[in-house]
Design a protein around this ligand. Structure first.
Ligand code: ASP
Ligand code: MG
Length: 450
């Protein structure tokens, strides 16, 4: 059994939807499960409408809602399925209007009502794809993911309840084993009280892998708009090349250090269940793709597969004589406020905490820490060289840092899995250093099989 997930840009236009339908026909001749994101831009539009409603601006909320409806009808019309999808869509649009009206009257959008409104995006696209597949003669049926994907009650950033998901997935396992072809929503879940939750932005990949785990899938395919995972950000490195096979550890390090192709949360089910994960391009299904395996492929000692970076990182320091306890407390506060942590070092030569304030709350904590007298330096970027080859030859890795000899590198950080070597450089050096590192560590290096 396979699970195929299509992202927003893979269901965003008539051309993309037709390509997606073709891929589904080819990949799932014996049935399987299809998970979809909302049409690209939909989640942002719903958020815009929610935001307007919460300020009592029903006019702006209405305008966003009408733009959303128009966008969806245009897609359905272009595919010739507008009449077929109408009975499914009309109640959904009505429900969105009702929710926005309610928020607008109360001048308030609770996380719970936001999730109820956001859920319509994925439900609309799942219904559209179902209808399109039926039109093409495939026996596709919509199933609401909220039957299965149980979560906690953290609306807006819900965590999966693995045990309850496994239980609830029983009937899905049976149906799919008999050859059903089902289309369902990414991103959504159900809280213990039955209300709708969402998994956080970009959460549909996580839905696909969680369902892959619960349903015992052999493979989960993430269909997106790039040729798999690349060796660097192509906007900085035009020579970036697709990585045909990578280990789960490499993928995890890459997403931790800013690569946008895969959501880090999506990888946990893969490491627990051990199924294959494939990232491929809906627009070029015959092009290259990346296969992520629990088992590491063979790499040359010292071989690097990719260079990743995260901008907007801050360095918090305490001098040698001072108490590094301060940094431990700061790290707890930052983590609780939603920051990402890239390193926490306490050495006889002073302490260092490397963090990125990802949320308004964590930014506020950073300002507060600076005001309380801690040295907080902004404007750094964490750059990471990633590759299984580093595990075998950690010493050789240092020779890869040649291009940095004249740079004001702030710290060198190595993770516990041994597949990444990270360091800090000033943000403004990135556009120069990333191509240089890529050419030194990847382009100039011999490639190992297959
Ligand atoms: N539609 C949601 C978002 O835009 C979830 C996803 O696309 O994965 O964040
Ligand atoms: Mg996405």
């Amino acid at each position: 059994m396979k699970v195929l997930k299509f992202g927003g840009t893979s269901v965003g236009t008539r051309e993309a939807l037709e390509l997606a339908a073709e891929i589904i026909g080819r990949e799932l001749p014996q049935g399987g499960l299809v998970v979809v994101s909302a049409l690209s831009g939909t989640t942002d539009l719903i958020l815009k409408a929610i935001h307007a409603s919460a300020k009592g601006d029903l006019e702006a909320a209405g305008a966003a809602r009408i733009a959303l409806e128009a966008r969806h009808w245009a897609a359905a019309r272009a595919l010739g399925v507008d009449e077929a999808v109408r009975p499914h869509w009309e109640p959904l649009f009505q429900s969105l209007a009702g929710l926005l009206q309610g928020m607008g009257l109360l001048w308030e959008a609770s996380p719970r009502s936001r999730d109820a409104a956001l859920a319509l995006g994925e439900t609309l696209s799942a219904r559209l794809l179902e209808t399109l597949l039926e039109r093409r003669g495939l026996p596709a049926h919509f199933r609401d993911v909220r039957e299965v994907l149980r979560t906690d009650a953290r609306h807006g950033r819900a965590r999966p309840d693995l045990e309850r998901i496994r239980e609830a997935a029983g009937p899905w396992r049976e149906g799919l084993a008999k050859g059903a072809l089902w289309v369902t929503q990414g991103f959504l879940g159900t809280a213990p009280d039955g209300s709708t939750t969402t998994l956080g932005r970009g959460g549909s990949d996580t839905t696909a892998t969680l369902l892959g785990e619960a349903l015992g899938a052999e493979e989960v395919q993430i269909w997106t708009d790039v040729d798999g995972v690349l060796s660097a950000d192509p906007s900085l490195v035009p020579e970036a090349r697709p990585i045909p096979v990578m280990s789960l550890r490499e993928a995890a390090a890459l997403s931790a250090f800013g690569a946008k192709v895969l959501h880090a949360d999506a990888l946990a089910p893969v490491s627990r269940a051990g199924f294959g994960l494939v990232v491929a391009n809906t627009h070029r299904p015959e092009g290259s793709r990346t296969e992520i395996r629990a088992e590491a492929p063979a790499r040359r000692p010292g071989e690097i597969t990719s260079v990743a970076y995260k901008e907007g990182v801050s360095c918090l320091r305490v001098p040698p004589a001072q108490d590094s306890e301060l940094l431990f407390q700061a790290s707890t506060r930052l983590l609780e406020a939603g920051a990402s942590l890239y390193g926490l070092l306490a050495t006889p030569d002073g302490g260092l905490l490397v963090a990125k304030g990802e949320t308004a709350d964590s930014e506020a904590v950073l300002r507060d820490l600076a005001a309380s007298g801690l040295s907080v330096q902004r404007g750094w970027a964490a750059v990471a060289l990633v590759g299984e080859g580093l595990r075998e030859a950690p010493g050789r890795a240092l020779s890869l840092l040649g291009p940095l000899v004249d740079e004001p590198v702030a710290a060198i950080l190595a993770g516990d899995t041994g597949v990444s070597l990270a360091f800090l450089v000033p943000d403004h050096r990135l556009s120069l250093l990333i191509p240089r590192l890529h050419s030194h560590c990847i382009e100039a290096a011999p490639r190992s099989g297959p």
